[in-house]
Design a protein. Structure first.
Length: 222
């Protein structure tokens, strides 16, 4: 984290990302494609918007990818990242199940996105590539690379991690999965803070999404 991110820069970045993302949502709403195609368009759109915004930001600030946070991976934190993946899946999943029972809703980060195609290659593209790989990259760059980074410049780690994790949970629009998404966000922030590289939270997020999407896909196809 070898740079300073100003408030105006953060607001501009968020405005660009959510502005363009809103346009994609409007296009999907107007054309009303089948759910699986809508999901692919929205998630691919988010990935490319965040990626292009990041590239533009790095060029404007004359920063390298390493300056932004993509530092070398250390074996210790690489190993810890895998432990956090199972912590989020087991503990986060159990807490979300308990909350779901209390509020009478469905739990799970993918339960509200029940999109299954009769074509296996589309399911693999959607669940194993987009949801498991591209979306985690985009969300970690936005919430840890930009948002957590900005808050952490002035506040303590605990405050920064909690606030960024709450915002991360809220954008998923699923109350029953809040413990799951919050724990994912907090562990991502923790590994970023202690490990010093964005690769760790991205790895954790990819691992969690991969396991969760695989379980959802298998249960839906059975």
């Amino acid at each position: 984290m070898n740079y300073i991110l100003s408030k105006n820069e953060l607001l501009r970045i968020i405005g660009i990302i959510f502005g363009l993302f809103t346009i994609i949502l409007l296009i999907v709403f107007l054309f009303k494609p089948e759910p699986i195609i809508a999901s692919l368009v929205v998630d691919f759109g988010l990935f490319f918007i965040v990626l292009l915004t990041l590239i533009f930001f790095l060029k404007k600030k004359k920063l390298s990818w390493q300056d932004f946070g993509f530092n070398c991976v250390k074996p210790k934190w690489f190993f810890y990242s895998f432990l956090f993946i199972f912590l989020v899946i087991l503990l986060g999943g159990e807490l979300s199940n308990l909350l779901s029972k209390l509020i009478g809703g469905e739990s799970g980060s993918l339960s509200s996105n029940e999109i299954i195609s009769d074509k296996n290659w589309i399911n693999i593209l959607n669940f194993k590539i987009v949801i498991a790989l591209l979306v985690p990259f985009a969300e970690e760059v936005l919430f840890r690379g930009f948002l957590f980074k900005y808050i952490r410049q002035e506040k303590s780690f605990l405050f920064s991690a909690i606030l960024s994790s709450l915002l991360f949970s809220l954008i998923h629009f699923d109350l029953s999965s809040l413990p799951f998404t919050f724990l994912l966000g907090f562990t991502a922030a923790f590994t970023y803070e202690k490990g010093g590289s964005l690769f760790y939270p991205i790895l954790i997020h990819m691992g969690v999404n991969n396991i969760a999407s695989t379980a959802f896909l298998l249960s839906a196809l059975n």
